[in-house]
Design a protein around this ligand. Structure first.
Ligand code: IMP
Ligand code: MG
Length: 184
């Protein structure tokens, strides 16, 4: 796998995001909501370096895709989420790709009456956006490649890598072999 961002690069990016978030909210109480599962690593690092009083919650967003490549319906499960009405809310996700997941999740949360709602993503993929929206806090802009690690997965694997890597053809072939073998 080709490393795109090292552990040190990621740490620096998270610190920059934390500084910008602190400056934005100053003495306010923040309600920070992570999108499962991709944001878990970022959430764990970010919440520990943001020096603000905060509540922490999660929600789940999954888009079910059929056998074709057509976009599936986005299902947002906010049962796990804490009450956001009247709160200053920051939604945190791993990556802003086409933008549909984040924007539709924000719309749904907006209906719950937060005082304010902003968004933070670790990554924005260049040249992929289909929606006219810019997240308020962005860690890194990356080229249009499929990336894994630091929370991001391919078939639910590689989220635990401490660095960010681009998956290449050979990695996918090896992934399939290893998966098949471990299921024998
Ligand atoms: P969007 O709705 O197209 O912006 O896609 C958002 C979701 O697709 C993200 O939350 C990720 O779960 C997933 N995704 C998009 N690009 C990548 C990638 O390069 N690696 C892993 N997951 C990705
Ligand atoms: Mg995701």
């Amino acid at each position: 796998m080709k490393t795109l961002l090292s552990k040190e690069d990621l740490y620096d990016g998270v610190m920059r995001m934390a500084d910008a978030i602190e400056a934005c909210y100053q003495d306010r109480q923040l309600t920070i909501v992570g999108v499962l599962t991709g944001s878990v690593v970022l959430m764990a690092d970010l919440i520990r370096v943001i020096n603000l009083p905060m509540r922490v919650g999660v929600l789940q967003a999954s888009s079910y895709r059929g056998a074709t490549t057509t976009r599936g319906e986005l299902v947002i499960n906010s049962e796990l989420m804490l009450d956001i009405s009247g709160r200053d809310v920051l939604l945190v996700d791993d990556i802003f790709d086409t933008g549909h997941t984040l924007v539709r999740t924000l719309e749904k949360m907006h209906d719950l009456g937060p005082k304010s709602i902003r968004s933070a993503v670790l990554l924005r993929k260049n040249g992929r956006q289909e929606i006219d929206y810019t997240p308020d806090f962005i860690g890194f802009d990356i080229p249009d490649e499929f990336v894994v690690g630091y929370g991001l997965d391919f078939e639910d694997m590689y989220r635990n890598l401490p660095f960010l890597a681009a998956l290449e053809e050979a990695d996918i072939t090896r992934h399939k072999q290893v998966t098949a073998k471990s299921q024998m």
